[in-house]
Design a protein. Structure first.
Length: 310
C-alpha cells in the first residue's frame, strides 16, 4: 500500500516538506531602523571619557514628538524635525550629577539655525564654541551645529553652569558640520543698529503673513529710527510669482516707485524693495524719507549673497 495515507507515503510527504523548507530563501529579519539607533555623538561623548549615560537614550519622531515636548512640538515640526534623541548624562568625577541632553536632528542646517534663533533673545549671554554661538545661563545651553539643534538642561545647584557649558563644548566637538549662520542672517548682522540676538529665521507667517515666509527678520534701533528688518531669500524661478502674491495678500499694497512698494500692516507700514533675487523690507512707523537710506544700507550689505540661493 503506497497511497498518501500509507507509512511510505507519509515519509515521502515529510521528505518533500523538508526539502522545500531547505530550498526556500532564508527568512530576513529586518534590522533596527537607523533613525531609532542612539545618536552617534553619545558614543563619542562616552569615548572621550567623563560623561556616562545614566539611562538608555530615548528617541522620538515627528509623529510622537508631542509625547516628550507637548506644547512645543508645533514649533519644531515646521522646521523639518526628523528625530529627537533625549539622554540623561552624568559626570563620572561627580556622582549624582545629571544633565538632560536633547539632540534635535532637523531637515537641514538652515532649519537647525531657525530653531536656535527661536531660542535666542536679546541681552542673552553667549559664548563661542568654534563656529557655534552658544546661548547660556546657569542651567541651560542652546546651540546648533550642522543639522542638529542642541539643548542642555541641568538642575540649579553648585557647578550647574560649568556642567552645562562643559557638556555643550563636548557635544559641539562630537557633532559634524559647523555652527555658522546662513548668509542671509549675516546680512542682517552687518546692519548698523541691529539689536543683537534679535535675528529669527521664520518658516511660517512672518509679521503675521504667510507670503512673507520663509524669511529672516531682525529688530533695529538707531538715533533716527527703529523697527524691523525683513529679508526673504531667493526663490529661483519664482520671483515674479512671489511678488504677485505679496501684492495680492498684503493689505494696502501699492507701488510707490519702480524700486519701492509699501503695504499698510496693523503694526505700521511695510516698505519693500529688491536686492538681487532677495526681497528686502523695513517695517514700522517710518516715513519714506527715513526708509530709503535704510533700504539702501541693507541692499549694500546684501551684495554678494542675494544673487544665488544659499
Amino acid at each position: 500500500m503506497t497511497g498518501p495515507g500509507s507509512p511510505s507515503g507519509s515519509l515521502r510527504t515529510l521528505a518533500a516538506f523538508l526539502l522545500a523548507a531547505l530550498s526556500a530563501p532564508a527568512l530576513v529579519v529586518p534590522a533596527a531602523s537607523a533613525a531609532d539607533a542612539p545618536h552617534p555623538s553619545l558614543s563619542a561623548l562616552e569615548e572621550r571619557g567623563g560623561w556616562k549615560l545614566v539611562l538608555p537614550p530615548r528617541t522620538f519622531g515627528p509623529d510622537n514628538l508631542y509625547e516628550e515636548i507637548d506644547g512645543e512640538s508645533e514649533l519644531f515640526l515646521p522646521y523639518g524635525m526628523e528625530r529627537l534623541t533625549v539622554a540623561l548624562l552624568g559626570w563620572a568625577a561627580a556622582p549624582g550629577t545629571e544633565l538632560r541632553l536633547e539632540l534635535f536632528r532637523m531637515a537641514s542646517p538652515r532649519d537647525a539655525y531657525g530653531i536656535f534663533s527661536q531660542h535666542r533673545y536679546p541681552d542673552q549671554e553667549v559664548l563661542r564654541v568654534e563656529t557655534s554661538e552658544v546661548a547660556v545661563s546657569d542651567t541651560t545651553a542652546d546651540f546648533f551645529r550642522g543639522e542638529t539643534f542642541v539643548r542642555v538642561r541641568a538642575k540649579p545647584g553648585e557647578g550647574s553652569r560649568k556642567n552645562v557649558t562643559d557638556l555643550a563644548r563636548d557635544v559641539a566637538a562630537a557633532l559634524p558640520g559647523d555652527g555658522a549662520p546662513p548668509g542671509e542672517a549675516g546680512i542682517l548682522e552687518r546692519f548698523e543698529g541691529r539689536i543683537a540676538g534679535s535675528i529669527i529665521y521664520q518658516k511660517r507667517a512672518m509679521l503675521g503673513y504667510e507670503c512673507l515666509s520663509p524669511g529672516f527678520e531682525a529688530r533695529f534701533s538707531n538715533a533716527s529710527a527703529s523697527g524691523r528688518l525683513v529679508l526673504l531669500p531667493p526663490v529661483p524661478g519664482k520671483e515674479d510669482e512671489r511678488w504677485a502674491r505679496l501684492a495680492r495678500e498684503l493689505p494696502g499694497y501699492r507701488e510707490v516707485t519702480p524700486a519701492l512698494s509699501r503695504a499698510d500692516l496693523p503694526t505700521g507700514t511695510l516698505w519693500i524693495s529688491r536686492a538681487g533675487a532677495c526681497v528686502l523690507a523695513v517695517a514700522g512707523p517710518l516715513l519714506q524719507e527715513r526708509v530709503v537710506p535704510l533700504l539702501s544700507a541693507l541692499t549694500k550689505a546684501a551684495a554678494g549673497v542675494c544673487g544665488t540661493y544659499h
